[in-house]
Design a protein around this ligand. Sequence first.
Ligand code: NAI
Ligand code: 15L
Length: 264
Amino acid sequence: MKRLLITGAAGNLGKICREGLKGYADVIRLSDISPMNPAGPNEEVVPCDLSDRAAVIELTKDVDGIIHLGGISIEAAFDDLLQANLAGTYNIYEAARQNGVGRIMFASSNHAIGFHERTTRLDDTSAQRPDSLYGVTKCYGEAMASYYYDKFDVETVSVRIGSCFEKPLDRRMLSTWMSPGDFVSLMKAIFTAPQTGHLVMYGVSDNTAKWWSNDHAEFLGWKPKDSSEQFRAEIEAAFAPEDRHEKATIYQGGGFAARGHFED
Ligand code: NAI
Ligand code: 15L
């Protein structure tokens, strides 16, 4: 890999990738609308607003692969999501097509399927069931990825990321947690695989309580190493048992599914 672009490089997962992928490509190009630390060895820092198509076309020149993390990462007003997540993702795909970028990792989310109940075990063929406007933008991103592969051969792995933090932050995350180390090893697997087409998978560690079966992880040759079980006692001591009749507990998306419309 000669040059790998990471969008959203100033964010939580962007920083994890910047650290964890050092040396993985000859050059790592880091981009965000928010401030980033200056470039280190083998790095380029290129600020860019993803909603600016001309700037995104410049940003993706001479790039071989893209880890597309940039955008709004929680529920938000539609007009804001429209710019950052909808226009931003279109601009990345169109720029990739024009500049011949071969493969993209699209940071989808469990909120694309968050209105499935926790008692349902999902796989990569399960229907989209967004739990928020934010989740809708992730469904759109997966559809964009599918279209750009079928028509233009731009490959994508759409990763429905669970909850990627240092450790689970509540009881729900005992099911959805993905360790930073597993996230980095997945990024490497995605750009090492000989062929991916457009593939949907779950970004989740090897948690005992997980809700998702992940055949496409095996297809990529990726095996998570961590499990949330190491945190179970700590989380169960800190958080009261969940009421299984509450919306936030019935649905996989938790609070995203339970909350009302963002703009009301
Ligand atoms: P984050 O909010 O920490 O980082 C997102 C970055 O995107 C920010 O640095 C922000 O400045 C940048 N950004 C926003 N609008 C932009 C624009 N118009 N142009 C350029 N950059 C823009 O989010 P985090 O946690 O790092 O997540 C990264 C991606 O992964 C997001 O797309 C998020 O939806 C997705 N994801 C993350 C999960 C997690 O557990 N961290 C779970 C599921 C999905
Ligand atoms: C997401 O999609 C968010 O980006 C992240 O901040 C968490 O809320 C995560 O989902 C989750 O469901 O835990």
